[in-house]
Design a protein around this ligand. Sequence first.
Ligand SMILES: Cc1ncc(COP(=O)(O)O)c(C=O)c1O
Length: 434
Amino acid sequence: MKKETVAIHGGYDTDPTTKAVAVPIYQTVAYEFDSADHGAALFNLEVAGNRYSRISNPTVAVLERRIAALEGGAEALCVASGQAALNYAVLNVVAMGTNIVSVPQLYGTTYTLFAHLLPSQGVNVHFGESDQPDAIEKLIDEGTRAVFCESVGNPAGNICDVEALAVVAARHGIPLIVDNTVATPILLRPIDYGADIVVHSLTKFMGGHGTTLGGAIVDSGRFPWRENARRFPMFSEPDLSYHGLTYTEHFGDVAYIARCRSVYQRTTGAVLSPLSAFLLLQGIETVALRVERHVENARRVAEFLAHDPRVEWVNYTGFADNPYHTLACKYLGGKACSLLTFGVAGGLEGAKSFYDALKMFKRLVNMGDAKSLACHPASTTHRQMSAQEQAKAGVRPEMIRLSVGIEHIDDILADLDQALGAARAQRSALLAAE
Ligand SMILES: Cc1ncc(COP(=O)(O)O)c(C=O)c1O
């Protein structure tokens, strides 16, 4: 499927009043009404405009429009973090006693949300044995309200067959929700392959500089909520919490995102601040260029590691023998993501020695920063899981996850080389002392 080119540049939203080219930061809580009638019309959603920044804000709206355009969606809602986006995206389609079906390879906190928090609120999550469409389809029942996957799993690096999962979800009259944080719309646009809802942590590649948390939910505008009103009455029946508004009638194709804003953001308030939106907007102006360099550097890193005897294995979908290589060719145009994992020789202790010896790579749990980052998932992001759960999520004790940055490749390789050397030396010293 051909990707459209989306222009993102500073002049996109030149302010008509001030002629400012940069997006103004509307740091305000509320917006003045012209009159009582104007206020009433805004509250009745009869006229467009802002009332209060927990519902909408003009700076955040620019970010929402750009992300929707990048993903090929109809409309977006930006919120305080990727986790808030995931929580709202799911809550918007479920009710107590219903369930969603998810692939097992998930970001650690998403797993916690699905395996613990949602069930404690009466919403079950069934995890597939694998990310294969048939493993997902066999778990769908009358109570299922969505299929969920990460297009590229963090940290497992698996690539989901989004098109096949979309077919499965559509066959059962439920939406496919895809977390596209790792791939970014620069490499993959899930809506082009039939996804209904796309979720992002903007904190990562989209923002790109490790300064700002943010999340987005993008509505494709394509899911037939009215046709599936038996499962999703909240979109087609009057909402008593919003003076009897019916979302599909009032908002048409974008009923999903409108309800997300009016119900969840308005009442639980995980709002993205205008300043954060401004910072994230600076980031997405360069995301296409950064991703290109991330991808190129990651290939060089993967090749270096694969040929090094101090490394046990490398999980990089750019290699022809990787089980996900065919999907990497189909969905990422062969441009494997810069998030990759590898096993340091010497097991848990080897991985820890390597990790402690890194000099340029930052030891932290973020990814998608312009700077190179490293993480030891078994002791951090996936620490809350049992060994069995870790194995299912693709996490091993000797595993290091790299988010390869955009620094000069010689500097990146030199740091990895010296840290592998330090791990080897420590291991030799330990063996000699035994
Ligand atoms: C794939 C994925 N989704 C969601 C999140 C959560 O994002 P945030 O930290 O912005 O809440 C992360 C964080 O690492 C992630 O990797």
